[in-house]
Structure formats: C-alpha cells, structure tokens
Design a protein around this ligand. Structure first.
Ligand SMILES: [Zn+2]
Length: 445
C-alpha cells in the first residue's frame, strides 16, 4: 500500500517536471535566456557546495557509526558440523548465544584463485579456541568449511563451493545455531561427474516392465523413523514417572520391525538407544539417507491433565496457541522464540512437501485412531494439524510428527506403560503408512 502511494507521488512529480521543461522554449526571448543561464550557473555552484558539505558530513557519520561495531564480541562460534551425501549437505554452525548474521554467495575469482563460495558473517562474534577448523568436506558440493575473525567483531564462516544448485540459510534457537542446507543437481549414485541431463533414462525400459511409480522413482524405498528426545532430554514425564523418550523408542523399534515387513522398505532409525541427538541432525539423517517418508514419534503433554488423545502434525505456520505451545516444547525453545521461527518458515515453506505431508498425516491419524478405538473405545482423535516443528524444517520428503497419546494424562500414562497399548499404536501407524504407500504407487501407475 505504502509503496504504491509513493510511486503515485513520484509519477505525478515526474509529470510536473516534464510539463515545465516543455513550456520553457515557448516563453523565453534571447535576453531572458541569458539571464536564466546565469541563474542556472549560480544554482549549480550552490548545489556543488551543498554536495561537498554533505559528503564530508556523511564521512564523519560513517566514522562515528563504525565505533559501536568495534564493541567487544559477545558470542563465540563453538562448533561447525556437517552431514552430507553427493546431493545434499547440511552444515550447522553452533554459537554460544543469539547473534545477528548475514550471508552472501560470491562468484568464482580466478585472479586470486578463489572458488565460488558462500560467506556467513556473524556479528559481534569471536572464534572459540576449541573450534576445530578448517573442515574438509569434499562431497562434490562443498570443498570445505572454514572460519576466521574477519574484523574485531565479525566472524566470517566460508563454505568453498565445488558445485551447488541451491542453498538455504536459517537460524534455530536455544542453543542458537545457523543451519546451511545446500543441494546439488541430482546425480546417479556412481555417476562421478555426469551432468543432470544424462540421468534421465532415454532408452526403453527393460522387459521386466516396472510400474510408472518405479520408473519415476516414486516407490517408497526408505523410511526414517525418529524416536523423539533421548539421553539428557527425557521429553515429557508423566505423573508416575514414565518418560516420553522411553515410550517413543519402544514404539520406534516396533515400527522398524513391522514397517520393514509390511512395506519392504529399508527402515532407518535416527536413534536406536537412549542417546541425545539434536533436532537438526535428525532432519539431516532423513535427507542424507534420501528417505521417502520421515516420521517423528512423540507423546503429548499438557498442563491440563484432562487433555488426552492422538494428533498428527505436518510442518506449517499456525495461529493455534496450543499447537504453538506444543511445538515450542518439542523444539525445546521458549514460546517467545516461536514467532522468529514462524517468520523464517515463510521462506522455507516454499520447498516443503506440504500437500504430501498433510496427506500422509491424515492417513496415519485416521488409521491410528481407528486401530486404537477398536480396543480402547474412549480414545480421542484430535485431528491433523500444522505447526512449526524444528525436526520437520528442511526435510526433502513427506514428513510428519505423531503425538501418540498424552503422557500427562494419568489414564493414558498407564496405557503407554503397557505393551498391549504400545502394540496397537505400532499397528495403527504401520497400517496408515502402508495405506499411504499403496495410494502413492497406485496414483502414478
Ligand atoms: Zn516429544
């Protein structure tokens, strides 16, 4: 709105100026022309004087503005980690506190023998003495990651690029970290230096006649199961002491067995024991393994002890306060930080598989609730919802987060500690995923 009205004013000013120019030759005699030339000279002189004065003032301003930037650095760059495969790399820069940063993609500079590179400048930061770098990556996308004290108050992290197609940079909070996701042109697993064009098979399919789904590679070959929390992070804890991390690991282990039997897909677990794994690493595992489905298993909790039931989430922005509180808890951040996340999601959502994820969520939710209800008729189905969960940010495949029941509800806490109930949860999710896999394959045949 504001932009438009400004544009209108500029347009009308331009019109006025051009009208004025048009009138001049008609009005002036020779003498009047000389007078006006003199006047113009004088005006130009005044303008030049003003310009020099302003320029010297702005230099002074620049110097005085530069002073605060020299302030002592307040955060430390602690660690740089990466996960990669030939088509995707995630680099995570961990900091000791919140920081402002900017990023810039630089062209190759043969004169100084510099490759194409991505700069991430972190303000008011310094390098931790424990930071080990440079970090050689050499996965075909990135050559290495290195960091340096660019100025007194700015740390510059440089990613030297071999060949990338796209990249995204976004922060996650508490602890503050900067995530860089880079993707390359899709290559064949053993292709070496092949171009993207060569990947598309132009020869007729072999006599075995694979389905279109198989030809297009839409068959579900790999599923990543993510048991929430683990290690130092217990997740929600029930009144009787049941820990979410233990319940969801049991479910995840069961899912690995049943899903591999029922779908024939390879099942990868983000954790198979009581280990702590950061959320961004779970996503990195799903992406580097090139999973076709990602499912994160959690148990719900609420201050309202009466709250109960099953709900399934996909990544989305939301105004629902309960969903925001839940996502904040699962992200291990304060609800205050959630608005920042919703802001960065605006950009990241463009490439998220939102439709497929919400479809997967619907199928799993429906199957889980109906399976549980067959034996526990009072189980509530709370539906499919969208919310900003860190673990779902940046996944390349349909991804959902299932809240299997409320550990904060005493009746459901008891059920979650019983094998019979866990067994039904495993059956319900497996049946749902199986349905989705079939649906996908039939849809493209
Ligand atoms: Zn959880």
């Amino acid at each position: 709105m504001r932009k438009d009205s400004r544009k209108d004013t500029v347009d009308s000013r331009q019109k006025a100026i051009s009208n004025f120019d048009f009138r001049i030759p008609n009005l002036k005699s020779q003498i009047a022309n000389r007078k006006s030339q003199l006047f113009l000279l004088l005006t130009a002189y005044c303008l030049l004087l003003t310009f020099f004065l302003a320029a010297s003032n702005s230099n002074a301003a620049k110097i005085s503005r530069a002073q605060p930037a020299q302030k002592k650095a307040s955060v430390k760059v602690i660690n740089i980690k990466y996960w990669s495969n030939p088509n995707y790399t995630r680099v995570v820069i961990s900091l000791s506190g919140d920081a402002k940063f900017s990023h810039r993609l630089l062209k190759e500079d043969p004169k100084i023998e510099k490759p194409r590179r991505l700069h991430i400048d972190i303000n008011r930061a310094s390098l931790s003495p424990s930071l080990k770098q440079p970090i050689p990556i050499n996965d075909g996308l990135l050559k290495m990651a290195r960091a340096g004290q660019y100025s007194k108050a700015v740390v510059r992290v440089v990613l030297d690029i071999e060949s990338i197609e796209d990249y995204k940079v976004f922060p996650l909070a508490e602890p503050f970290r900067i995530v860089v996701d880079v993707t390359g042109k899709k290559r064949l697993a053993v292709s070496g230096q092949r171009s993207a064009k060569e990947e598309i098979p132009t020869i007729a399919p072999p006599p075995a006649k694979p389905s279109l789904a198989q030809q297009l590679g839409l068959k579900i070959k790999r599923i990543v199961i993510d048991a929430g929390h683990g290690g130092k992070d217990s997740g929600a804890v029930g009144k009787n002491g049941l820990k979410e991390k233990d319940v969801v690991l049991k479910i995840a282990k069961g899912l690995k067995e049943t899903l591999s039997k029922e779908t024939g897909a390879e099942i990868v677990m983000t954790r198979a024991d009581d280990t702590f794994i950061p959320l961004e690493e779970r996503t990195a595992i799903a992406n580097t393994k090139e999973a076709d489905i990602f499912i994160s298993v959690h148990a719900n909790a609420s201050f309202n002890r009466k709250a109960s039931g099953v709900e399934t989430y996909f990544l989305n922005l939301t105004n629902d306060e309960t969903a925001i509180r839940l996502a904040a808890r699962e992200n291990a951040v304060s609800t205050k930080k959630m608005s920042d996340l919703q802001f960065i999601l605006n950009d990241l959502m463009k490439t998220a598989k939102t439709n497929e994820s919400s479809r997967l969520a619907a199928v799993v939710q429906e199957s889980l609730v109906s399976t549980l209800r067959a034996k526990y008729s009072d189980v509530r189905g709370n539906g499919v919802k969208g919310a900003p969960f860190y673990v779902l940010v940046g996944t390349h495949m349909p991804s959902i987060l299932v809240e299997v029941s409320f550990i904060s509800n005493s009746r459901e806490e008891v059920r979650l500690s019983e094998n019979a109930y866990i067994h039904e949860i495993i059956n319900g999710i497996t049946h749902g995923i199986k349905g989705y896999v079939k649906e996908m394959e039939v849809a493209v045949e």
